[in-house]
Design a protein around this ligand. Structure first.
Ligand code: SF4
Length: 257
């Protein structure tokens, strides 16, 4: 929606996920002395411990260089509340749940049809904050999309695309500047929510090996989802698999190698 700012003053907002591209963007903007008025980060509550340490480090750098702290945006109740406890309020939704013998709370595992998590835990929070800024200022919103992902660009500002910085170059730049996520990118292809049902099976196999405590937590979440929603899509971690069946598959693979 078009905003009518109350001030003509330019305001420079950078949003970061903590991943390699947005980290490289922020570091490059600092290095190039570009104006930065705020840095927004949406915390899903399900980030890897290494990612929380990385964000804390980025925050220290930002504060040391610009006297700014990262603005953390977080859903007041979080992933598990949305998954298990959010009450259904719409009469049609309640009726559907009753007809299907399903509980009147919780959204279950995010799925292709209802990917509730990205919106509720990330994009709505960032858009709300950016729209508030756009209501007050002539705001520029900088987003860290790499050159090879440029088809994802919409109507914000994408300096990495402008500078032809690819994903590989973004990661190399972060490493060269001492940001290594404690090795997270050497294990995983992607470093967003550890509980994401959309990640590759190979990533889940690595989660079980490298982060067994998170894997145990995933098993507990899965058990609760199955108890509440059974074999419906809401209770199914990903098509054809619960976390329990994946655990058995990985254990079997280990025994046979
Ligand atoms: S990483 Fe996965 S679980 Fe997390 S918000 Fe994105 S789609 Fe949802």
């Amino acid at each position: 929606m078009k905003q009518n700012p109350t001030s003509e003053k330019a305001f420079h907002a950078v949003s970061v996920s903590g991943g390699k591209d947005s980290t490289a963007l922020l570091l490059m903007m600092l290095e190039r002395n570009m104006p930065i008025d705020c840095v927004l980060w949406a915390d899903t509550g399900m980030e890897f411990p290494e990612m929380y340490r990385h964000i804390a480090r980025l925050d220290q750098t930002l504060f040391a260089e610009r006297g700014l702290h990262i603005t953390k945006l977080k859903h007041p109740k979080g992933f598990e509340w949305l998954m298990f406890d959010e009450p259904k309020t719409k009469p049609t939704a309640i009726q559907r749940r009753v007809e299907n013998g399903l509980p009147l709370t919780g959204n279950g595992w995010p799925g292709i049809a209802v990917r509730w998590c990205t919106g509720q835990l990330k994009t709505h929070l960032i858009s709300k904050a950016v729209n508030q800024i756009k209501g007050k200022y002539r705001a520029l919103h900088y987003v860290g999309i790499a050159y090879d992902e440029r088809k994802r660009c919409k109507s914000e500002v994408y300096p990495l695309v402008e500078w032809h910085i690819t994903e590989a170059q973004a990661l190399a730049y972060c490493y060269a500047h001492g940001y290594d996520w404690d090795g997270l990118y050497e294990i995983y292809h992607r470093c967003s929510c550890w509980c994401c049902p959309f990640q590759r099976i190979s990533e889940l196999r690595k989660l079980r090996t490298h982060h067994p405590e998170l894997w145990q937590k995933l098993l507990r979440m899965d058990e609760r989802a199955v108890q509440m929603f059974g074999t419906t899509p809401l209770g199914t971690f990903r098509k054809g698999y619960t976390v329990q069946t994946l655990d058995q598959r990985f254990a079997e693979e280990e025994r046979s190698t």
